[in-house]
Design a protein around this ligand. Structure first.
Ligand code: SF4
Length: 73
């Protein structure tokens, strides 16, 4: 069951690729040079990897909210 929601402010993505390297399970680079989030609803098990992707984003365009809508990052 989905526990966390991912928000990707794609227009602000600079296409550095860090998220796709940190969490290839859920992040990939798209043809336009920016990254793409495969799944925006993630489980507890998937959280760690996606948190790493968000932490490593140099322009802070990856955000994660918990099931109550509280922003974690
Ligand atoms: S780490 Fe941030 S800036 Fe870099 S590709 Fe991912 S979302 Fe874009």
């Amino acid at each position: 069951m989905a526990k966390y929601k991912i928000e990707h402010d794609r227009p602000g993505c600079i296409g550095c690729g860090a998220c796709a390297r940190a969490c290839p399970e859920n992040w990939e680079m798209a043809k336009d040079g920016k990254s793409k989030c495969k799944k925006t609803s993630i489980s507890q098990e998937e959280y760690k990897c996606n948190k790493k992707a968000a932490d490593g984003c140099p322009v802070n365009v990856i955000h994660i909210k918990d099931d109550k809508g509280k922003k974690i990052i």
